[in-house]
Structure formats: C-alpha cells, structure tokens
Design a protein around this ligand. Structure first.
Ligand SMILES: *Cc1c(COP(=O)(O)O)cnc(C)c1O
Length: 475
C-alpha cells in the first residue's frame, strides 16, 4: 500500500510552505554550492534502508543534505550559461504532473496529454508570430529535438533506405553531410554521432566578424562536397548561439537550402523565446522557410526543467523516421487522434504540456513579452556600463538578446594567455562572493566573461552588484 492521502496532505502543506519560503529567500543563499567533490556522497549511507523511514526524517534531509549541494538556478544572481526560471505556475504544473502520472504515449493513454500538447505548442507558435503549418511536439531537451530534426532530414528521401537497411557496409550510400556554423551548439555534433553520420561529416562553416554563419562559405562548402560525391543533407542555423548569442542569417541560409534541397533546422533553444517580443522578430526573418525549429521553454520561457519544443513542417517524415507500432500498442482511433510515441524514440512520455500551459496562461503573451524585454534592457544597461567604463573594459560581441560577452584587459597587456588568466581570476573572485555566478567562453582565441540574464528575479540591483564585484576583482 502507498502512504495514505492524509499523510500526503500533511507533508505537502509543509513542503509548499517550504517552497514558498525558498522562493522568497533564494537570493540569500550563495548561488554556487560550496561543497567539495564527494562530500555529499560521503554523508550518505552506502546502501538503501531495509526498514521504512519516516517522512519527517526524509524531509529534514532536504535541508541537511540537498540544500548545501544545490547550485541555485532560481537565484537572482544566477548569470551563468543561460539563466532560467522555475516560475510559480510552472512549479504548480509539475506538482500536478507528478500526481496524475499520465503517460502520453498514445492518445488513449491520456487524451489530455496529447491534445494539450497540440494546443499549447500551437499557442507557442502564435505567441512567436509564426505562420500556420507547423507541427509541435514537446521533448526533454534541445539536444533531443535537434537529433529528431536531423533524423527526419535523413529520412526525407526514402530512397536512402536508412530506416530499413541502416548505413553500415553500404557501397551505394554516399557520405551524408550536415552544415552548421563554427559556433553551433555541440548537440549538432552529438546528433551526428548518434545518427551514425559521424563527426567528420559535420561541416563547421566560418562566421563573419559578428559570429554569424557566412552564407557564401556555406554555399562553397556544399559545392565542394557535391564535387567529391558527398550528399549534403541538412543545415542547422542557430538563432542565439550558446557562446555569444549571435543569430545566423536565416533568410539567406534558407534560400541556399531551398536551391540545394537541404533540410533547414533552426536552433533557437535560447534565443527563440525572443520571438515572443514582436519588435525582435525581424532577427528571425526567413524562419518561415525552415523545415524545423527548436525552442526551449526551460531556458528563457520560465518553465521548469525540462521542456523543449520541436516545431516541424513535415510530421509525416518524422513519423516515418520513428514510427514502429508493436501489436499491443495498436489503436483504432482515427486521424484526429495522434499518438506522440510515433514521432520520437521514447514510448512513455511525461505530461510536460501542463506546466507550459499554466505558465503561458499565468503570464499571458503580453506578460511573457514584457519579461523578455526587461531582460534585454538589463543586458543593454550592463553592456552600457562596461562600454563606458574605459580602463581596459570592453564588450566583445554584439548583444542582440539578454547575454553580454565582455572582458578586462590590464593596461599594456597584449599576451592572450595573460589576459585569459586575468579574466579567469576575475571570474573566480566574483563567483566566490556567493552573490552572483557568471561563466566564461571563448570567442575565437579570446577568453571572455559572460553575463546571461534570464531569471525572473534578476533586477537592476543584481547586475549592479555583479558590476561592482567585477570592478573590484579586476583591480
Ligand atoms: C542550451 C542550448 C542547447 C542545448 O539545450 P539542452 O536543452 O540542454 O539540450 C542547444 N542549442 C543551443 C543554441 C543552446 O543554447
């Protein structure tokens, strides 16, 4: 028997109070966990308990064991990687998802899981100002969404026969090639590893001075590959690269893809959320000609981990790539009832649509746009401080969204390694404060620092504190 519902009621009240307190006071924790590697493991029993433990004891360990080992992604000072938010409506959605435990593998295994996923991804399409004709599906991460998109690209020409015959040992199969910019996310390479395309067959095309893929270099790479007998398959354009949030020229790339009959996948894992802001949509011009797009609501749309949305023009191709129906899963519903298990690798599927539905409703499209605008304004403010500071401070890349790449060069210093260690030291000192957490990246051979604004609690006071800490650390 499960524990009785009264026990749930008692402890869930306690825990929801605990969560409310956490959300109120999260800014008072050190953003970064201070534990040393292995310290948490060392505190815990090596083996599971034979006898049942009380929920009181178990819950007490959340404060004792879990919290010291947590890095607080919901902290206003979390400015590293891409900051995100588990918002209140999103957390409430996760609670219900856990309680219902729906498995949306088939329409009939929970009609609402399937239909809400269809509705909420279509809401998102409209919220982004995208036209009709997109099929939406929720996955766990952008890495999986991109892998699915490239699996569909590989399946588009059935004559390749990969679904049935595989790729190994076939003299009739040319090398299949994928193109993306040198700043594309590693998930493109991982997809190529997973799909059997091979890392060698991901062509990283050179970028311009603003870190955007150069269409003429793409064109040249495709021609060179064709001349060698390779088979160009797909291009991944990035709208918001992970390092510096540059946006590839989607329209020009789409023109090449149409001419060459290549699949165009757009990776907007982070940046795509900015389409919620009408005046930012010109950055995405040409998206209407893409074949697929990924955006992560768990990055910049205030939805708790995990939630990624794959939009695709050709659901029948995706279905061909993945559908394989065991006898016990056959159903008799008609065309109106899709089974999401047919569109991806996993059979069982979490009910992720619920939290996204609750987030969109609780903020509204206007509220979402206003929050994203606010983050972009904060980034511009921060970039302005860095630009006008002089004294060796510089912004190192354009700031189209809410992320700033910058660094400090000590007077007279020209050796790149020295500048890198100086900035690494600045980062270490700033992060030791516990107030903010920033990260770094490389732009070409330049080591730069990154401030990425994406948490709903981040305010001008937060970035002012970061800027103070940075200047203290640099001097
Ligand atoms: C974060 C990111 C990804 C990977 O996202 P996951 O959901 O963690 O797999 C892919 N592409 C871009 C551009 C990203 O910023």
């Amino acid at each position: 028997m499960d524990l009785p519902p009264e026990v749930f009621a008692h402890h869930s009240h306690r825990l929801s109070d605990w969560i409310a307190t956490y959300l109120r006071e999260v800014g008072e924790y050190d953003v970064l966990s201070g534990v040393t590697p292995g310290a948490i493991r060392a505190q815990l029993p090596k083996s599971p308990p034979a006898a049942a433990e009380s929920l009181d004891d178990i819950i007490a360990d959340i404060d004792r064991v879990v919290m010291p080992g947590a890095t607080h992604w919901n902290h206003p000072g979390f400015l590293a990687y891409f900051a995100n938010t588990a918002s209140v409506p999103g957390i409430l959605g996760e609670m219900v998802t856990a309680a219902l435990n729906l498995n949306g593998m088939l329409w009939r295994t929970s009609p609402v899981a399937t239909e809400l996923e269809q509705v909420v991804t279509d809401w998102l399409r409209q919220l982004f100002g995208m036209g009709d004709g997109w099929f939406g599906m929720i996955t766990d991460t952008a890495s999986i969404s991109t892998m699915y998109a490239l699996a569909a690209a590989r399946e588009r020409d059935p004559a390749l026969g990969i679904r049935q015959r595989g790729m190994a040992g076939r003299s009739d199969l040319p090398r299949l090639r994928i193109y993306c910019s040198e700043h594309a996310h590693s998930s493109v390479d991982k997809a190529a590893m997973t799909l059997g395309l091979g890392l060698e067959n991901v062509v990283h095309v050179a970028c311009d001075a603003d870190f955007r893929l150069r269409p003429e270099m793409l064109h040249r790479a495709i021609q060179a590959d064709r001349a060698q007998g390779f088979r160009p398959l797909a291009v991944v354009a990035t709208a918001g690269t992970t390092s510096m949030t540059s946006v590839d020229p989607i329209g020009d790339i789409a023109t090449i893809c149409q001419r060459e009959s290549l699949w165009l996948h757009v990776d907007g894992a982070y940046g795509g959320a900015a389409m919620a802001v009408p005046e930012m949509r010109p950055l995405f011009a040409g998206l209407e000609k893409a074949d697929s797009l990924v955006v992560n609501p768990h990055k910049w749309l205030f939805t708790p981990m995990d939630c990624s949305v794959l939009f695709i023009r050709h659901p029948t191709v995706l279905r061909r790539a993945f559908s394989l129906v065991a006898e016990y899963l056959t159903t008799s519903e008609g065309e109106d009832a899709i089974n999401y298990m047919d569109y991806g690798l996993q059979l069982g599927r979490r009910f992720r649509a619920l939290k996204l539905w609750m987030v969109i409703r609780a903020f509204g499209s206007d509220g979402i746009a206003e929050r994203i605008r606010h983050h972009c304004r904060l980034a511009q403010t921060f970039a302005g401080w860095v630009r006008t500071a002089g004294n060796g401070w510089a912004v190192c890349a354009p700031v189209p969204f809410s992320t700033v790449c910058f660094r400090h060069v000590p007077a007279g210093e020209t050796i790149e390694d020295e500048i890198a260690s100086h900035n690494a030291l600045i980062m270490t000192r700033v992060n030791e404060s516990g107030d903010v957490f920033i990260s770094h990246t490389k732009l070409g051979d330049q080591y730069v620092l990154r401030v990425a604004i994406g948490n709903l609690r981040t305010s001008e006071a937060t970035i002012a504190r970061a800027w103070d800490l940075l200047r203290q650390a640099a001097s």
